[in-house]
Design a binder for this molecule. Structure first.
Ligand SMILES: Cc1cc2nc3c(=O)[nH]c(=O)nc-3n(C[C@H](O)[C@H](O)[C@H](O)COP(=O)(O)OP(=O)(O)OC[C@H]3O[C@@H](n4cnc5c(N)ncnc54)[C@H](O)[C@@H]3O)c2cc1C
Length: 412
């Protein structure tokens, strides 16, 4: 039997994991990406000795798929402490999980971020979620995260001072409207592992996955315009035919009759500044102030120079130049931090998919859209690296089963 021709559209994390699964099963394939390199949303720019991740994102070491597909030692991870520094009324206060980092015990006890009852409930939530399986989390009825936190008994104050800024930075929305399933999943992952970033930048994750594939698999700067059953049409009008196509990005952009299923996206802006202030690089910093535009920031030493990376989630009417001046002023007024030069700015319009309902992953039996077309991507489950990897795996396994058995086993 001739080897089937397989195409993967999208060399983001999901497409790369799909490729790894196909390669491990002995299949060859072409991966097409409109960009000039792998990574999709997991990219870093490198310039004059500095590195700039495309938006602040963390790899949670407890993600099951990350443990399966990544070598954490080779990624040379920087670990954040399990807590946060919160700037409130100009004063920094640290809170965190003293059971995992004893240095956070005293600051957490004496901080006025939440009452004693809130602090005990944070520990209770941790124990509660550690006992839950992913299956049970993702089978529950969904409410908003805000409703969930209130129901759990947290005070308005701790929601305002801690949960809102912390989870705004993760969900990329300011109202905590995101599904309680995603909240439980992410909180569980935070408490069972660590938030990390590779020291060489988040792109190291994509590069490590790509290194498991052959260079000949990749076709960069190659945008696909349309997929019609087995035929894919490139933006230059040429076409190519494949036995199977895995679409590891928004399928609605590529398939004519899915035009009405377009994904809506949450956006974020990310600014990098040089600073003279000496801040701990091991804590994520938050601002508990409704008026503040800045949501969170963290620092790093690069080129013997402290750098601050600031994330903005709220909408605003500033031009880029006005925004830079505004952020500088906020850092000074609210955090007593002096920054002097903005060395990089990202406006990421398609950062996370807006999803009313979320799932842990797409089972392989649900990845098949048409006879020859299969779907992957984080947007089909819960908008995370874990989901991107698992959905890539599901789509590839479905293709393999289809080739080898003619049908896809509906279990799993
Ligand atoms: C700022 C930010 C913060 C985040 N924070 C976290 C976090 O802390 N933790 C976490 O787990 N996740 C986080 N995420 C989400 C995580 O990055 C995504 O879940 C993951 O990268 C999605 O991978 P993907 O392969 O599904 O999609 P993508 O990365 O979007 O990949 C799709 C690929 O398809 C290509 N493509 C699209 N259309 C075409 C076309 N027509 N032709 C050819 N190629 C095409 C694109 O160029 C892209 O490379 C964050 C994302 C962002 C942007």
């Amino acid at each position: 039997m001739d080897k089937p021709k397989i195409a993967i559209i999208g060399a983001g994390v999901s497409g790369l994991v799909a490729g790894i699964n196909l390669k491990n099963a002995g299949y060859n394939f072409d991966i097409f990406d409109a960009a000039d390199r792998v990574g999709g949303r997991v990219k870093t720019d490198y310039r004059e000795g500095f590195k700039f991740d495309h938006g602040f994102q963390v790899l949670l070491t407890a993600y099951p798929a990350a443990k399966k597909y990544l070598d954490f030692d080779l990624l040379d991870l920087k670990y954040f402490k399990p807590g946060a520094k919160i700037f409130k009324n100009g004063k920094p206060q640290s809170i965190g999980d003293p059971l995992r980092d004893i240095s956070l015990l005293i600051p957490t006890i004496i901080s006025n971020i939440g009452s004693l009852s809130d602090k005990l409930k944070i520990l209770k939530l941790r124990t509660h979620l550690q006992k839950q399986s992913f299956d049970s989390i993702f089978r529950k009825d969904e409410v908003t995260t805000l409703e969930y936190l209130k129901e759990f008994g947290f005070s308005d104050q701790v929601i305002h001072d801690f949960f809102k800024p912390f989870f705004t930075g993760i969900f990329l929305e300011t109202e905590l409207k995101t599904s309680s399933r995603k909240f439980e999943f992410v909180y569980k992952m935070f408490t069972e592992g660590y938030a990390t970033v590779p020291k060489k930048g988040i792109q190291a994750i994509s590069n490590q996955l790509a290194a498991k594939l052959d260079k000949s698999n990749f076709h960069f700067n190659t945008a696909i315009e349309n997929v019609n059953n087995q035929t894919i049409r490139f933006s230059d009008g040429k076409t190519s035919t494949y036995d199977y196509v895995i679409i590891a990005t928004e399928a609605s952009q590529l398939i004519t009759n899915l035009n009405n299923q377009e994904i809506e996206w949450k956006s974020v802006e990310n600014l990098y500044f040089k600073t003279t202030s000496n801040l701990s690089p091991s804590l994520i910093n938050l601002i508990a102030d409704d008026q503040a535009l800045i949501n969170n920031f963290h620092t790093e030493h690069q080129n013997n120079q402290p750098i601050i990376s600031v994330s903005i989630v709220k909408e605003h009417d500033f031009t880029k130049e006005q925004l830079i001046e505004h952020v500088k002023q906020e850092l000074k007024d609210l955090c007593h931090i002096e920054v002097f030069e903005c060395i990089k700015y990202f406006s990421i319009k398609k950062a996370l998919p807006i999803m009313v309902s979320v799932n842990y992953m797409l089972p392989k039996s649900e990845t098949q859209l048409k006879d020859h077309i299969f779907l992957a991507g984080d947007h089909l489950a819960n908008g995370s690296l874990n989901a991107a990897m698992l959905n890539g795996e599901s789509a590839a396994q479905a293709v393999i089963e289809k080739i080898e058995n003619g049908i896809i086993n509906i279990e799993g």
